[in-house]
Design a protein around this ligand. Sequence first.
Ligand SMILES: [Mn+2]
Length: 309
Amino acid sequence: MRVDGRATVRFAMTPPRDFAPLRFPAQGTRENDDSADDVRAADVLRFRAIFISDTHLGTPGCQAGALLDFLRRTESDYLYLVGDIIDGWQLKRRWYWHQSHNDVVQKVLRKARKGTRVVYVPGNHDEAARHYVGVDFGGIAIRDESLHVTGAGVRLLVTHGDRFDAVVTCAKWLALLGDRLYTLTLKLNQHFNALRARMGLPYWSLSRFLKLRVKNAVAYIGAFEDALAREARTRGFDGVVCGHIHHAEVRMIDDVLYCNSGDWVESMTALVEADDGALSVLRWHEASARNATLRTAAIPASAPAAATA
Ligand SMILES: [Mn+2]
């Protein structure tokens, strides 16, 4: 009975108040803020939409350098910040704010000024931002949930996803304990990868490896994905974009498109939509390595160094 059931459900859906049309400032108000970005236009990857989540700015685990590199070398019509962008939980415990974290915030604000439609859907670690749901701030629309329609007409529910996490909603102290253990793993991961880098080895996520080998964690990921897909189907969407579990993915769960934009503490991933509406996971370490190879290859070895000055 679900053959054309989706279309029927779609029309029966009453859009929540949050889905009032998003208003963005007029485009093209250029300001004198171009100086910092000297990335060659040819090196910029273009997408229709970019989704990032779980950047955890304000924690030592946040890989702000990689994130900044990603933001500088990509552009899009839409940029969705799918929760846990600034980690209020950890900032409350210990203040950690590096200059690179400022740079990330500035870069996002600048994108908004230059016409990228930025939508910020807060998560559980930045739940303070949930007080500002409905507000448009610095050209950024803050929404509890959002709706993204792809270039191919696919209707996606955009939500962080923590509401489907019984542990977080029922026992916050348990989640906080898990959070501390996770922070410890991330610290180990950074030392481990610093060592790998010195040995000339590429980045490899220890925390991700551990997570995928713990049976409970794997079962939890599966249950989370199913719950999100179910929610999207019940509410008449074609699919869902979420974050929260730090596990990037694009796949069909029955007849629902499940997308997760991953994180910037261990996997450095984003969900990207090409101009034709195709969605995929972008792994920045792989993409930037590929890009670097292309750039190097494009410059003839014999080119005089002075020519670029
Ligand atoms: Mn979260």
